[in-house]
Each structure stands twice: as structure tokens, then as C-alpha cells.
Design a protein around this ligand. Structure first.
Ligand code: BG6
Length: 461
């Protein structure tokens, strides 16, 4: 075999609570920003499918987990929904939710699959959003309390915890590019939101260290390696350094090193947008870094020095660089994202060389494809050869990075099952396991059977 992975490598896939749980009539879940946004603006969601539908995991989790066991996963990540466990964001814990998450985690363990549990996947409880959400410092305290509740309730069953998934996304999509609620454009708010998220993650880690939990805690970041148009051109290089500071190092540095990148701090100071901080906060961030890093990798970022005039209305990160549209790029047309396999290797090498080779794993990587039903064979199995190729090409680079000393402990694909994708709802399907939304029938795709072989062999040729 040409690509053999280390013993005990984590093989599996990921999902999140808000993308799989859905709602049932009269359930006791509190509204999240997604429930609220769908109520006020259903037209924003592809084919009017909202967060109440999703894949009904609460009633179908056994079928999902049976398929995952059949494929041979040894680990699976999902998230607890804050607004399900604590409907008002603070205060009373919902006992139905507690019972459900216990059942879910028990069933995973019974099937030999380690639950990796994340606490925040873009799903602010609406009761807290009404008081400012991440703009409000009180939300940081509420998050630490929520984390403590989770550690106390489920700490004996869960040995791998994550504070947040892609914390840059609520910053950029909620406060710069209008794809998440509250969809405003305001860099100063974006900075405050990001700072509070970083502090909240550190405060949750502090709670973890003081708890009885014996496992590991980390964070999951979408790292987008940033390439200058012309690597020999210092102005393009500088543009790449700044874009990297905005979108990667803004969370990577505080999470792993306990500090914020100087380039970013200088820009924010120049703009007079330094968030409200205290010395105590900075000490908490400095001393509560992660044990483990989840890396979500989908696409690179390509930039060049500023060519176009600055948008005069309001400051934006793009005032410091322009996006470079590489004419030779390979693209996933359904999602519009570049496919660049070597980016996963470059990201791991960067962690090896500049982040003390922190233990990490690929926590998401995958390919969303529209109308996958057209690839169904007579047996009802989706023949997603493109996904097999995509995973193979990325895994080969992960393997190379490990051979070169990177401390990468596993590979989770996005996603285990097809699931609901925010504004795109069910447009693109990502899973190893397809779901017929009318019948809720789960069927393993060809990629799932291929992955089963990879897991069995602990590698591939
Ligand atoms: C990741 C997120 O950014 O990408 C997932 O963690 C998301 O929640 C996935 O679903 C794929 O992106 P999208 O927007 O196509 O669902």
C-alpha cells in the first residue's frame, strides 16, 4: 500500500446540531438566530427549506449511526445546540435535551465511535442575540456557563471537546458579508464579535481545565492558506500576509499561542477600532490555549496588492488586498469554491513550522454537489466517484505531510450524512450517506463503501 496512515488514526466525518436536528411540533428548544431568520425571511433560504426540517436526527439517529458503524468510523463530530440545551441561552437546562444527547452519545459509544463534541456551530440563541449576541460581553460569560453545563453533564462520555467551529464565520458572514444573521456590514462590530468569541473560547477552556474532565479540548478553524498572485512581488506578498492575519491568524494565534497577530492589531488600532479589552481578559487568552486543533479545509485564498480603489463607504478587510482570480483554478461549480489539494499540505506544514507542531486533525474537507440523485444506480446507491477522487487527492497530501513530520491525527470528511447547509439548505449534498428527504431513508453512497476499505486497510494505494 502506498499510503499507510499511523495506528489509531481518527477516521470519520462531521456534522452539527443545527444542520441535523431540526424541530418537532411543540418541542422545548429555544429559537436560535437561524430559527428567527427563517421566520422573518424565509425567501433567503434555498427552496424555502429552513432549520426546522434538516435531517431529523433526533428521531433517526440510530439509522445514521448504523450506517457510520457499517462504514467503520472510529470517531464522529457533531455539536450540542446551545438553544436546545438551554433554551434561553442562560438559566434553566432542558431535561429532554439532556436525555437526547445522552442517548445519542451512548449509542455512538456502543457502536465503537468516539463522540467529538463541539459547543458552538454558528447557532447563537435568539434570547442572547436580542441582547447583542457576540457584541455583548455578557454573552462571553453565558458561553462559559453553558460550556460548564456541558462538561458536567457529558464529561464522562466525551473525551474530545471543541469550543467553536469556524469562529471567523460569524464575524465575516454576520458582520461583513451578510450571509448570516444579523447580516450587517460593520468592521468595528466584526472586530468586537471576533474578540468576544476568542475570549469566550479561552474562558470555556479555563472551565474545562478546572472541571473533572480528563479529555482534550480544542477549537475547529477553517484555515484558508493564502497565496500571493506573484510570490516574487513584495506588494503581493504583503497583501497575502494581511489577508492571512484577518482570516486565519485572527483565531489561530490566540487559540494556539494565546496572542493576537501584530499586523492585525496595528490595522485595527489605525482604524480606531480596538475592542474593549482588559488585562485580565488578555491573561485568560494567553493562558488557556488549546490542546488540539481541528482544521477545516475546503479552499485556498488568492490575493494580490490593491489594484482597485478602496470602497469609501465603510472600512473592509478588502481595503488591504484584492482577491486574485487565478485563471487556471479548478473549481467545484456547485459551491463555487476552488479545489486545490496541495492547500491541505501547506496548511499542515504551516502548523508544523509556525505553531509548534500542535496536535491537529482534518476536521472537515469535502465536496457539495447539486442534484446527486442523477448518479443513483439501479440499486439506489449514489455513484459519487468525483467525491472519492476528491478525498483521495486530499488524503494523499495529508499522508505526505505526516511523512514529513506533521502531527496530524485524523481525517473527518464533511459530512457524515447529507445535511442542511444554512442559506443553501439542501441544494448541495455532502455526505457519505444519502438521505431521501421524503422518506428519511438513509443509504450509503459509493464513497462510503470506498472509505470503508480505506479505514479497514488504514490507508489506500
Ligand atoms: C463549513 C461548515 O464551513 O462548511 C459547515 O462548518 C458547512 O457548517 C460546510 O455546512 C459546507 O459549507 P456549505 O455552506 O456549503 O454548507
Amino acid at each position: 500500500m502506498t499510503h499507510h496512515f499511523p495506528t489509531d488514526f481518527w477516521w470519520g466525518a462531521a456534522a452539527s446540531g443545527p444542520q441535523t436536528e431540526g424541530r418537532s411540533p411543540n418541542d422545548s428548544k429555544g429559537a436560535s438566530i437561524w430559527d428567527h431568520w427563517f421566520k422573518t425571511n424565509p425567501e433567503k433560504f434555498y427552496q424555502g427549506q429552513g432549520p426546522g426540517q434538516t435531517t431529523q436526527v433526533m428521531t433517526h439517529y440510530q439509522e445514521d449511526l448504523q450506517c457510520m458503524e457499517e462504514i467503520g468510523f472510529n470517531s464522529f463530530r457533531t455539536s450540542i445546540q446551545w438553544s436546545r440545551l438551554i433554551p434561553e441561552g442562560r438559566g434553566a437546562v432542558d431535561q429532554e435535551a439532556v436525555a437526547f444527547y445522552h442517548r445519542y452519545f451512548d449509542e455512538l459509544l456502543a457502536r465503537g465511535i468516539q463522540p467529538f463534541v463541539n459547543l458552538y456551530h454558528f447557532d447563537m440563541p435568539m434570547a442572547l442575540q436580542n441582547q447583542g449576541g457576540w457584541l455583548n460581553r455578557e454573552t462571553v460569560t453565558a458561553f462559559a456557563e453553558y460550556a460548564q453545563v456541558c462538561f458536567d453533564l457529558f464529561g464522562e462520555k466525551v473525551s474530545h471537546w471543541f469550543t467553536q467551529n469556524e469562529p471567523i464565520v460569524p464575524v465575516e458572514m454576520g458582520y461583513l458579508y451578510q450571509q448570516h444573521y444579523p447580516a450587517v456590514v460593520d468592521l468595528s462590530m466584526a472586530v468586537q464579535v471576533g474578540y468576544h468569541e476568542a475570549l469566550a473560547s479561552a474562558r470555556a477552556i479555563q472551565k474545562f481545565r478546572r472541571s473533572a474532565c480528563t479529555g482534550k479540548i480544542g477549537i475547529i478553524l477553517n484555515l484558508t492558506p493564502t497565496y500571493p498572485k506573484d510570490p516574487q512581488n513584495p506588494a503581493d506578498q504583503e497583501a497575502a500576509v494581511i489577508a492571512d492575519a484577518f482570516f486565519n491568524r485572527s483565531f489561530l494565534d490566540p487559540a494556539v499561542k494565546g496572542t493576537f497577530p501584530q499586523e492585525l492589531v496595528e490595522i485595527i488600532d489605525d482604524l480606531g477600532m480596538r475592542p474593549n479589552t482588559t488585562e485580565t481578559d488578555l491573561a485568560v487568552i494567553r493562558t488557556n490555549t488549546v490542546d488540539l486543533l481541528g482544521v477545516n479545509y475546503y479552499q485556498p485564498r488568492r490575493v494580490q496588492q490593491k489594484q482597485s480603489p478602496k470602497n469609501g463607504q465603510h472600512p473592509m478587510p478588502e481595503d488591504y488586498f484584492d482577491v486574485y482570480d487565478w485563471p487556471d483554478k479548478k473549481i467545484n461549480p456547485y459551491r463555487g469554491w476552488e479545489i486545490y489539494e496541495k492547500g491541505i499540505y501547506d496548511t499542515l506544514i504551516n502548523l508544523r513550522d509556525n505553531y509548534d507542531n500542535i496536535p491537529c486533525f482534518i476536521s472537515e474537507n469535502g465536496m457539495g454537489v447539486e442534484n446527486e440523485g442523477r448518479f443513483k444506480n439501479e440499486a439506489g446507491i449514489i455513484e459519487d466517484d468525483y467525491r472519492i477522487q476528491f478525498i483521495k487527492d486530499h488524503l494523499a497530501y495529508v499522508h505526505q505531510a505526516i511523512e514529513e513530520g506533521c502531527h496530524c491525527l485524523g481525517y473527518h470528511m464533511w459530512a457524515a450524512t447529507d445535511n442542511w447547509s444554512w442559506l443553501n439548505a439542501f441544494k448541495n449534498r455532502y455526505g457519505f450517506i444519502s438521505i431521501d428527504l421524503d422518506t428519511q431513508q438513509r443509504t450509503i453512497k459509493r464513497s462510503g463503501y470506498w472509505f470503508k476499505e480505506v479505514i479497514r486497510e488504514n490507508g489506500f494505494s
